[in-house]
Design a protein around this ligand. Structure first.
Ligand SMILES: *Cc1c(COP(=O)(O)O)cnc(C)c1O
Length: 464
């Protein structure tokens, strides 16, 4: 049993109801426009919002700010090698910088990129390089056995159908996102990773793992995955195959990431840092090309848009992220929130994924049509009711798609306590009790790029 103690106290305040009401109206009913000082529990994202450890802060003081040959870079490189098994590392300012460096090198006009589910910035980088982003998620109904599934998996079958249509030459890159962020943070099995590796070999594509939450993913593998006989464990008659339950998180991560040719990483997720990222790859030629592109967009290859102290903090954070007690606490908090919501019969996505609980706002507000953004209505009510900031990931954030009306409650790492989690659950419950009184929203002012509207558009409640 291990837990965290607070070494530095920060204050969070719940403003009075009238002030929340005024702040919400002033923000144009878009919580991205709120000042964080007016937010009591901020579950907008788990990206860069976590709390660093004393060891990370200590490492920051020793950050080496040399332009070239920084000792802090050496420490990051050693951590990536030990934890993830890649020797060649190109540091970047954050995950999308790594995507720019890697996909800008691998993807050309007309190429198709297959992914279990593209995260938004990944999709944008594929498109920015003239490529076509194709999602190949598994049908989660296939793995209905609750709590034990890998709903984040990549469907090799779908991918193969797509390759039959466009030809293998059109697909230079296959990506596996672990955990699958855009699919409710669902995990991906090692077995599936192995199948994707074989598929990439078949079509002669580079196999990239988007490893932003590789440690959380390894936690699910350790908890759930049995080894199949094809792993070479045994060729005897099927008895109960031992799984990963006795393996260390680091060993699982090394095994899973060891199947890839390259990784992209956001240090703001399982690096437990506030900023930073990197790409890492095995092929020396690809490494050279990425370094050249990194110089153009990120900085010299021993700092890549990060201060030396940020490299140092990330190096320590990566090692902490694969400690089992850390992950037990991390995933445990997400499950704690899910459990409270489940007890209150709030419609949430099950099984619960790694970094967040997703509420199904369509089921929460059955009377609000998707054209009036039920997810955004819930987001506004959570702030109004309890100063809780969540994010809409439904028809407001993703126009012209038929995505479900999800609201994500993402937990920052090592930041909130039981009392905050209980407050969030009580807030959701209070809104649920008066759900019949809540109306939908309409957009009154939106930016030119529709795909980015949820960051800045202004809305108003629909008149009764
Ligand atoms: C956050 C994220 C990224 C991009 O990383 P940033 O640090 O936000 O630029 C890429 N892929 C996935 C799966 C992510 O969650």
């Amino acid at each position: 049993m291990r837990s965290y103690v607070t070494k530095m106290a920060g204050v969070t305040t719940l403003p009075p109801r009238e002030e929340r009401e005024a702040a919400l109206a002033e923000a144009g009913y878009n919580v991205f426009n709120l000042d964080s000082e007016n937010v009591f529990v901020d579950l907008l994202t788990d990206s860069g919002t976590g709390t660093m450890s004393d060891a990370q802060w200590a490492a920051m003081l020793e950050g080496d700010e040399a332009y070239a040959g920084s000792d802090s870079f050496d420490r990051l490189q050693a951590a990536v090698q030990d934890v993830m098994g890649f020797e060649q590392v190109v540091p970047t300012h954050q995950g999308r910088g790594a995507e720019n460096v890697l996909y800008g090198t691998l993807v050309s006009e007309g190429d198709h990129v297959l992914n279990n589910t593209h995260f938004d910035t990944t999709r944008a980088h594929v498109a920015a390089n003239g490529g076509v982003a194709v999602d190949c998620p598994v049908d989660s109904a296939e793995s209905a056995d609750e709590g034990n599934s890998f709903d984040g998996n990549f469907s090799v079958e779908r991918a193969r159908e797509h390759v039959d249509d466009v030809g293998a030459d059109a697909v230079p890159v296959v990506v596996l996102t672990i955990t699958n962020n855009s699919n409710a943070g669902q995990p991906v099995s090692v077995e599936n990773t192995r199948a994707v590796r074989e598929f990439a070999d078949e079509i002669d594509a580079t196999f990239v793992i988007d490893a932003c939450r590789f440690a959380e993913n390894a936690y699910f593998v350790r908890e759930r995955e049995g080894r199949s006989p094809s792993d070479g464990a045994s060729d005897e008659a099927p008895s109960r195959e031992p799984g990963y339950e006795d393996a260390s998180i680091q060993a699982i991560a090394r095994e899973q990431l060891g199947l890839a040719d390259a990784v992209v990483m956001s240090g703001k997720k399982d690096g437990i840092a506030n900023i930073g990222g990197f790409a890492a790859m095995r092929d020396p030629d690809l490494f050279e090309h990425c370094k050249q592109r990194a110089i153009l967009y990120e900085g010299f290859p021993t700092y890549g848009g990060m201060a030396g102290r940020d490299l140092a903090a990330l190096a320590v954070g990566l090692r902490e992220a694969v400690e089992l007690p850390y992950l037990e606490h991390r995933i445990g908090q997400v499950r704690e929130l899910a459990g409270l919501l489940r007890d209150a019969e709030i419609p949430i996505v099950e099984p619960v994924g790694g970094h967040a609980v997703y509420v199904d706002a369509g089921a929460f507000f059955p009377a609000i049509p998707s054209t009036e953004f039920p997810g955004q209505a819930l987001v506004c009510e959570l702030y109004r009711e309890g100063g809780v900031r969540a994010v809409e990931l439904g028809s407001f954030a993703f126009p012209d798609t038929d995505r479900p009306e999800y609201v994500r409650l993402a937990l920052p790492r090592r930041t909130y306590h039981r009392e905050h989690i209980e407050h969030v659950a009580e807030t959701v419950e209070a809104v649920f009790e008066r759900r019949d009184e809540v109306s939908g929203y309409e957009i009154v002012d939106e930016p030119p790029i529709e795909e980015l509207r949820h960051f800045s558009a202004r809305l108003e409640p629909v008149a009764e």
